[in-house]
Design a protein around this ligand. Structure first.
Ligand code: GLU
Length: 304
């Protein structure tokens, strides 16, 4: 298959979707982005990259970072985090407080905000307080881009508007489900979400999910059983309340973020990252999901 041709075709085909939906505005730093942008990149398990559109433009990765904190925790800690967070779809908004009280402070999964705060908290403990730096350095190493960093403006903007995440963190602490002070957990969480990366960077950084846990330099990062599990949680919980629709349309494990990025994994084959900032009502990129739908339909690459 001519991957480059396929990606170029998809960039042409998704033009009618650009501008459908709206950029996230609950973090003001994200609201001003140009919604006519679209990028797509594929990184093969051997490390070749194919890209088209705005694939080298950095964007705010937001919740996509949650896949990487989970992977770093599982690499450092094996399975103990699963005592503190479940792995079921939540059926509730990603920042909901209600479910956490009903379920005694154990978040439904690591990709809703409450669960991600627990995972970041664990990473803080495992890294002596350097969770955000650990994620950043993993991203730099795997993508080969030493310029990757947190966008200070986006981080400050989220910090000023993080009452709901602060509530979730205090709530977790009240159930004894945080090991570190609330402020430190929130700072690390906001910094990981504010990482600015391109489609190319992210497709490369996620490649361990398509290589049974191997890093770019060939060393073992996670056992194959753990990458299988991360991919499974992405499939069931990775795209907000639309994971069923995403599985139906795309047929791959995926994780989206409110910056408009989505990563998807074809196990043993490649990773794909798409980005376009305008989101649907579930919080997923309209053009991004349409592009992944077109990619798997035309390539036949799906887990089903
Ligand atoms: N930093 C964002 C928040 O906590 C991430 C949301 C997302 O991308 O799902 O609200």
């Amino acid at each position: 298959m001519d991957l480059q041709n396929l990606l170029d075709d998809i960039v042409g085909d998704i033009q009618p979707f650009l501008g459908q939906g709206a950029a996230a505005d609950y973090i003001p730093g994200l609201a001003t982005v140009d919604t006519s942008q679209f990028g797509i990149a594929v990184a093969t398990r051997g490390g070749e990259v194919y890209a088209s559109g705005d694939a080298t433009v950095p964007f705010s990765i937001q919740s996509i970072s949650k896949v990487f904190t989970l992977a770093l925790v599982l690499a450092g800690d094996d399975d103990s985090v699963w005592k503190r967070v479940f792995r079921e779809p939540s059926g509730n908004p990603f920042n909901s407080l209600v479910q956490l009280e009903h379920e005694d402070g154990i978040p439904r999964n690591p990709f809703i905000n409450a669960g991600a705060l627990v995972v970041t908290d664990r990473l803080l403990s495992l890294t002596d307080g350097s969770a955000a730096e650990a994620v950043r350095s993993f991203m730099r190493d795997e993508s080969g881009n030493p310029g990757i960093d947190s966008d200070a403006e986006v981080a400050a903007s989220e910090a000023r508007n993080s009452h709901r995440n602060a509530s979730l963190a205090h709530f977790l602490a009240s159930y004894g489900n945080l090991e570190n002070p609330v402020d430190e957990v929130l700072d690390a969480y906001i910094a990981q979400c504010a990482l600015a990366m391109s489609c190319t960077d992210l497709a490369l950084a996620a490649r361990f999910l398509a290589t049974n846990g191997r890093r770019a330099d060939g060393t073992a990062f996670l056992p194959a059983s753990q990458t299988k599990r991360i991919n499974a949680v992405m499939l069931t919980c990775g795209t907000y309340d639309a994971a069923g629709e995403f599985a139906y349309r795309v047929g791959l494990p995926g994780k989206s973020g409110v910056g408009g990025g989505v990563i998807a994994v074809v196990p043993n084959n490649c990773t794909i990252c798409v980005w376009s900032p305008a989101l649907d009502r579930s919080g997923n990129s309209v053009a991004g999901v349409a592009a992944l739908d077109a990619f798997t339909t035309r390539s036949g690459w799906s887990i089903f």
